[in-house]
Write a protein that binds this ligand. Structure first.
Ligand SMILES: Nc1ncnc2c1ncn2[C@@H]1O[C@H](COP(=O)(O)OP(=O)(O)OP(=O)(O)O)[C@@H](O)[C@H]1O
Ligand SMILES: [Mg+2]
Length: 265
């Protein structure tokens, strides 16, 4: 079986004004078709760098990346991307923003309009299709961005902290929406997050990165039933996964226990 993504010995060194910055790698990772994979790692460990290289938007310093069996050497067209900010076009409606993806790719709008309606309905936006971005909450804007990333039916979706800018309650709801959306479409997803619980809740596998230069510390299979309801999230097994990842970061000194007042003073 062809891997959806094959990352082999990939590294990135940026040339900056103050000298070279070794941002990432070497990293080896195979992603299976239809897999939901999360990358968690400390700030600055090269997560966005890796996403940009997979998308073909940034040169690779060393190693190779293959997407669907083809080596990445320039911008990939057959992917959907979601960033932290939804980046919607102000003067287009919700439906217009989703269909922009189709129009920019010069695809036939008649072939995709039904899919756009269906995606928007699946995230609860059926009554908001003719609203403009300024009329929407942050969560609704990001749901629109999810639909835009999916409407042209790409096999691969790259998400770089897509829920990072949302308030805690909206974020909670969007995790649930995102899992359901993924279960319906079964796209290959690479999802970058700082949230350990989010990675466990959503993923088939969690890839834990070291501090910069980011390398893979551990890949953890998350064997939990889907959808990951509140019951699942309260299970012992779920919490064991969260602990396992937390402990890795504690080992790097990224988290530490609260000190006794007497130790501080
Ligand atoms: N254009 C650039 N020139 C020089 N250094 C860069 C450039 N872009 C990123 N870096 C450095 O590379 C490292 C990795 O950056 P990157 O944005 O990939 O990290 P990240 O894991 O996505 O961080 P965060 O979680 O904060 O988003 C950082 O130390 C950053 O300062
Ligand atoms: Mg980043």
């Amino acid at each position: 079986m062809t891997e959806a993504i094959r990352i082999q010995q990939v590294s990135k060194i940026y040339q900056s004004r103050t000298g070279p910055v070794h941002a990432l790698g070497p990293v080896d990772l195979d992603v299976r078709p239809g897999e939901f994979i999360s990358i968690v790692g400390p700030s600055g460990c090269g997560k966005s760098t890796l996403m940009l290289m997979i998308a073909g938007l940034l040169d690779i310093t060393g190693g190779t990346i293959e997407v669907n069996g083809k080596q990445v050497s320039g911008p990939q067209t057959d992917i959907g991307i979601v960033f932290q900010s939804p980046v919607l076009v102000d003067w287009r409606t919700v439906l217009g923003n989703v269909m922009l993806q189709v129009e920019m790719r010069k695809l036939n709008t008649n072939d995709y309009i039904a899919r756009a309606h269906q995606l928007l309905a699946s995230v609860g936006l059926q009554d908001f299709e003719s609203r403009y971005p300024f009329e929407l909450s942050g969560g609704m804007q990001q749901r629109t961005a999810f639909c835009r990333a999916l409407v042209h039916d790409p096999p691969l979706i790259l998400m770089d902290e897509p829920l990072g800018a949302l308030d805690a309650m909206t974020r909670e709801q969007l995790r649930v929406d995102l899992e359901l959306l993924w279960m319906q479409t079964r796209k290959t997803v690479i999802f970058v997050t700082h949230s350990i619980t989010e990675s466990v809740q959503l993923s088939d596998r969690v890839v834990v990165f070291t501090p910069r230069p980011g390398m893979i510390d551990r890949v953890i299979d998350i064997n939990l039933p889907r959808p990951r309801s509140f019951e699942v999230r309260e299970s012992v097994q779920y919490n064991q996964y969260v602990h396992e990842i937390t402990n890795i970061f504690m080992g790097y000194g990224i988290f530490h226990e609260q000190k006794q007042l007497s130790e501080v003073s």
